[in-house]
Design a protein around this ligand. Sequence first.
Ligand code: PLP
Length: 404
Amino acid sequence: MAHHEILPEATQHFIDLEEHFGAHNYKPLPVVIAKASGAWVTDVEGKRYLDCLGAYSAVNQGHCHPRIIAALVEQAQRVTLTSRAFRNDQLPLFEKELCELLGFERMLPMNSGAEAVETALKMARRWGYQRRGIPDGQAEIIVCANNFHGRTTTIVSFSSDPLYRDGFGPFTPGFVRVPFGDLAALEAAITPRTCAFLVEPIQAEAGVLIPPDGYLAAAAQLCKARGVLLLADEIQTGLGRTGYLLACEHERVRPDVAILGKALSGGVYPVSAVLSSSEVMAVFNPGSHGSTFGGNPLACAVARAALQVLVDEKLAAQSAALAGPLMAKLRAIASPYIREVRGRGLLIGIELDRRARPFSEALASRGVLCKETHDMVLRIAPPLVVSADDLEWAAQQFAQVLTA
Ligand SMILES: *Cc1c(COP(=O)(O)O)cnc(C)c1O
């Protein structure tokens, strides 16, 4: 599907409208989706595709999961928004269920992933001043090269990607960048002003980069020894994606702060959250942080159902079980273009020796939707409800386009 290809009429119509009236801050594949169910989506022409991106791991539970949609509809007919000026009867249950599921003492709900990251950064800074005695205004947070934590001005301030930063300064100070996976660099970067280390357990956007074995566990130990909070951004890696509820569990790491979003609602509604201990969460007092929609009853009802589906359908275990055969098939592809196939659970990257875009376009025409990340990597992250047969078929399509 190159640019010059003539597209079907309905598809072209919607693309033209969006090109004319929308901001051009994305470069989507020329597929206009009209409906979806489970791991499959259907475009406006009636053509079906296996979704191998899963909305960047927001639809781990599958598109339009009936139990999540039922919770949405039921709650929408009762009450959707109270603001936090009053209490509602869904937030307390969501707080309890999420904390108990993941083993944290407290949580704070927000909406988008970037907002949850911002919340964690504010929390870590205040904790540094209040609990660690860092002089006011001098707290430092260590981050990793090639990180992706969202798009706010503060978050892009510490990105290493010019695409995310150019033209958006002046930037927020107080961040120090170290290479991902480099423990010695982390250790050397810690100063008496360091309050936190923010890390993705696997750098998904950067191309599904997995750190060396033992890195997270050692980083957690180091942070503990030096009185630095470990903030794990599990927005994309969490909630079953890599075979565990949190990717940190691969190294038996319990972060001081876990940041969730995306699949927290099964892709039905924007819901994010920050989880931590009572001690750390205590830095927030009334008025110090908030969000009009954060913790609204509709979001909470949807997220409660989404968590229940993860547990009842054992989707973390399912991710691990499906990944083995799929990885084996992908690794068996004898392609001159493949440099490496890597992944944990159903978060898989195929690194190529050339741009991946033409391959994602060829896959789309064969009915497999996936998207290149960072130019040279094809990311495979289907909904975790995908069947083994569908994955086997998808692996054949990958083999076809990568050996053509
Ligand atoms: C998607 C993502 C975010 C940002 O979430 P938004 O909902 O897009 O703001 C942050 N961190 C990671 C690791 C992500 O994958």
